[in-house]
Design a protein around this ligand. Structure first.
Ligand SMILES: [Zn+2]
Length: 317
């Protein structure tokens, strides 16, 4: 289980932030769950700047806290528990000479800013993803299908129960339920592990030697397994970059999240360039039917019983 860390900062409002500019400064006490103090500090700094504050200095260094630290300190205990539940809570103790803004002794609760409309975010990415594009190296095609990155017939069906298998589900509604963690969810084998990166014609043309013939494996079959995983990665990275670019074009939220989005876009674009280089090598090898360049190690797993229950795909460059 993740621990709760606490860190206090001296703060001032960022210029042009949503904070009332009559406020001169504040102490921000952040309670955050994390695996270690470094992770706690990174998250605390990000959340503070997301709320429109600039950190002047660390007032009390990051430290692990437990409920016993807050005996007879009701407010501290309340925020400690809230962090345990939600992953984060922050107390701001702000000062201003303007009496109009004085709130007395009772704390006032403030909603965290929403820089991104998650539904809109989801809509943008779903639209690009479902449009799809054929990644075959020749022709331009329109008849895009949901191609399986893990074979349905020879792999998924082998482990399915009532046509379903467990797989990671990064859907928005599931991640809301699990507070950001990616859960394992039962999914139908027609839709799991699919990507819209090929048309029907090219999916058949490229992958018949592994879809229609048992795995021996030949050099060509090994090549095609790697190729399909690579195409899936290229497709995923490509639509993420496009989605982030589109989101940045219309972004009007705070600076901290804007910078995070831009960093994500730059990182993913860099990853896409590297994948494109690999794809060109694979495309060329496929065009020339030069499968002998692939070196591989085949290590069949002999299950004690014949009941196998895991299949996977992936790319290792
Ligand atoms: Zn095609």
């Amino acid at each position: 289980m993740k621990e709760v860390y606490n860190v206090d900062f001296d703060l001032e409002p960022e210029s042009r932030s949503m904070i009332d500019q009559r406020i001169e400064g504040a102490i921000g006490s952040v309670f955050v769950t994390a695996s270690n103090p470094v992770q706690a500090m990174i998250r605390a700094e990000f959340e503070i700047s997301r709320c429109g504050w600039r950190i002047l200095r660390v007032k009390a260094p990051v430290a692990k806290v437990v409920a016993d630290n807050f005996k007879n300190r009701d407010l501290g205990l309340k925020f400690f528990k809230k962090a345990q539940e939600d992953g984060i809570s922050i107390i701001f103790l702000a000062h201003t000479p303007d009496e109009e803004l004085h709130t007395g002794d009772e704390p006032v609760s403030i909603k965290a800013p929403r820089d991104i409309d998650l539904n809109e975010h989801h809509k943008i990415f779903s639209k690009i993803r479902s449009k799809g594009k054929c990644l075959f190296y020749e022709d331009s095609c329109t008849d895009i299908i949901d191609a399986h990155s893990i074979q349905k017939g020879q792999s998924l069906k082998q482990i399915a129960r009532d046509g379903q298998v467990y797989g990671f589900s990064p859907s928005l509604s599931n991640m809301k339920k699990t507070k950001g963690r990616i859960p394992l969810v039962l999914q139908g084998i027609n839709s799991i592990s699919t990507f819209r990166g090929l048309c029907q014609h090219h999916d058949n043309l490229l992958f018949a030697p592994i879809d229609d013939t048992p795995l021996l494996p030949t050099a060509e079959q090994v090549f095609l397994y790697s190729y399909r995983s690579l195409l899936r990665e290229v497709f995923t990275k490509d639509y993420i970059v496009e989605g982030l670019l589109r989101q940045l074009e219309n972004y009007d939220g705070g600076k901290a999240v804007g910078q995070r989005l831009e960093g994500l876009m730059i990182g993913n674009a860099q990853g896409l360039r590297a994948l494109d280089w690999h794809k060109q090598c694979f495309d060329e090898a496929h065009k020339l039917r030069k499968f002998s360049d692939i070196r591989f190690h085949c290590d069949p797993i002999e299950a004690e019983s014949h009941h196998k229950n895991v299949v996977f795909t992936g790319k290792k460059s």
